[in-house]
Write a protein that binds this ligand. Structure first.
Ligand code: 3PG
Length: 208
């Protein structure tokens, strides 16, 4: 297992971040680190993603990845900015292959057995189960995990304080992703104290 994957497995939570301005990246990083969760999946849903990844990766004390990565070009942008893992909502052969070329961990989305098999064919060991809740939730992860003994899952989408422990109780679940500890509005308004509190609560809830 790669160091990055092992790190994500240790923290068990992957905050899924939307930053409207790269000026907020440093404050957010401080809040996550202070809250005990030095991890961020910075989504390519805003123009601030690349610069935010650069700011966070430069610190050297966080596991910084890119999320919502849809194209090989975005893999390059994220890797150039210092991202060490690439998360996609679905499975793209081109994205996974570019991740391998760039030496960054690929976490493609997969919610069906066929998608898992396509990912495994390319050497992927861990997939993002997305969107988790509307794809059948913890029961669906369990059912999908049964035939894939060596595959690890990162359920994301609709995961929060009420159900996070259900997912983490499944042995094949490596970590879960979610945005509940990093609400976009709180980041945009600079309320990093509240982000730190939500992060610390989330860390306490999963009880590492
Ligand atoms: C993602 O991109 O992974 C999701 O938007 C995160 O899902 P959540 O906001 O329901 O946690």
């Amino acid at each position: 297992m790669s160091d990055v994957l092992a790190g994500l497995g240790r923290h068990r939570l992957v905050p899924v971040v939307v930053l409207d301005s790269a000026a907020d990246a440093s404050g957010l990083a401080d809040a996550l680190v202070a809250g005990g969760l030095p991890v961020a999946e910075v989504t390519f849903r805003t123009a601030a993603a690349v610069e935010s990844i650069r700011v966070m990766a430069k610190r050297g004390d966080m596991l910084v990845g890119a999320g919502t990565v849809l194209t090989p070009e975005q893999v390059d942008q994220a890797a150039d900015a210092g991202a060490s893992y690439i998360v996609s909502p679905g499975f793209s052969r081109e994205v996974v292959l570019r991740c391998a070329e760039r030496g960054v961990l690929a976490l493609p989305g997969a919610v069906t057995a066929s998608e898992v098999m396509a990912a495994v064919d390319l050497g992927v060991t861990t997939v993002k189960f997305f969107p988790a809740e509307t794809s059948g939730g913890a029961a669906a992860v369990k059912a999908l995990a049964a035939p894939f003994k060596d595959v690890r899952f990162v359920p994301t989408g609709g995961v929060g304080p009420k159900n996070v422990r259900d997912y983490l109780a499944i042995p094949s679940v490596h970590a879960v992703g979610g945005s509940w500890m990093v609400p976009r509005e709180l980041i945009a308004s600079g309320d990093f104290d509240q982000v730190r509190r939500l992060t610390a609560d989330a860390v306490a809830l999963v009880g590492r």
